[in-house]
Design a binder for this molecule. Structure first.
Ligand SMILES: *Cc1c(COP(=O)(O)O)cnc(C)c1O
Length: 220
């Protein structure tokens, strides 16, 4: 069911990433035909295959943990990588961007959940990265904001507080490191179970999978 989310994205002025991981290209095309253009995947090779057969005006967003050696599969076309969680990864994205003569939009992923399994920086790690000389020499990446995943829980207060934390991190980074950037504007937060809270807390991009495509046949 894509229509309600197209409406929500328009009404709330947020970008909608339709998370199509595990779903076949026929399903993606159906959603595309309703007007959706941004799709999110979490595996590089799966994204590469889908990109090769689907319409070229789709914007592909990498939302899952990305291994350095997989960047090459998506670097020629990926629109945004939400899941940047190390300087090593950023260096590789920059290198691949140079190879294809493009600038790749990136978000810094923050670990805001209480679960230990989720990837991402904490604030001090990200600040350490932003202060390195290497970071300042990168020519083919653009840091466009932050991304985070809340704890998978029914405790709405916890989820809300985690989103508030991400917003605070965003504001701090913007004021401290990206004051003059026209690009550092995005807060990617909110999924099928918690997008309403995320939007209330200032999300600019929601990543919706199951509510659009139904359940995934395998869990990744
Ligand atoms: C799978 C996934 C989503 C979408 O999850 P749903 O609960 O199906 O909406 C969003 N963000 C990330 C990082 C994901 O891996």
């Amino acid at each position: 069911m894509i229509e309600p989310f197209l409406q929500i994205a328009a009404d709330k002025n947020v970008k909608l990433v339709a998370v199509s991981k595990t779903h076949p290209v026929e399903r993606i095309l159906e959603v595309y035909q309703h007007g959706q253009r941004i799709f999110g995947e979490n595996r590089a090779q799966e994204m590469q295959v889908k990109h090769s057969v689907l319409p070229k005006d789709i914007e592909w967003h990498m939302i899952g943990h990305l291994q350095t050696n997989k960047v090459k599969y998506i670097a020629s076309f990926v629109q945004m990588i939400h899941s940047v969680d190390s300087l090593t990864l950023l260096l590789e994205i920059n290198k691949q961007g140079q190879k294809y003569n493009r600038t790749i939009d990136c978000l810094l992923q923050f670990h805001i959940a209480s679960e230990t399994t989720k990837f991402g920086f904490d604030l001090s790690e990200a600040e350490a990265l932003l202060k390195t000389a290497e970071f300042h020499e990168l020519t083919n990446i653009r840091i466009c904001g932050v991304m985070g995943m809340a704890t998978f829980t029914d405790d709405k207060t916890l989820v809300r507080n985690e989103f508030k934390t991400l917003k605070t991190i965003f504001t701090h980074l913007k004021q401290t490191y990206f004051k003059d950037s026209d690009f550092f504007t995005e807060i990617s937060m909110g999924m099928s179970d918690d997008w309403e809270i995320a939007v209330e807390e200032g999300s600019t991009m929601i990543r919706i999978g199951s509510l659009i495509f139904g359940n995934r046949s395998y869990n990744i």
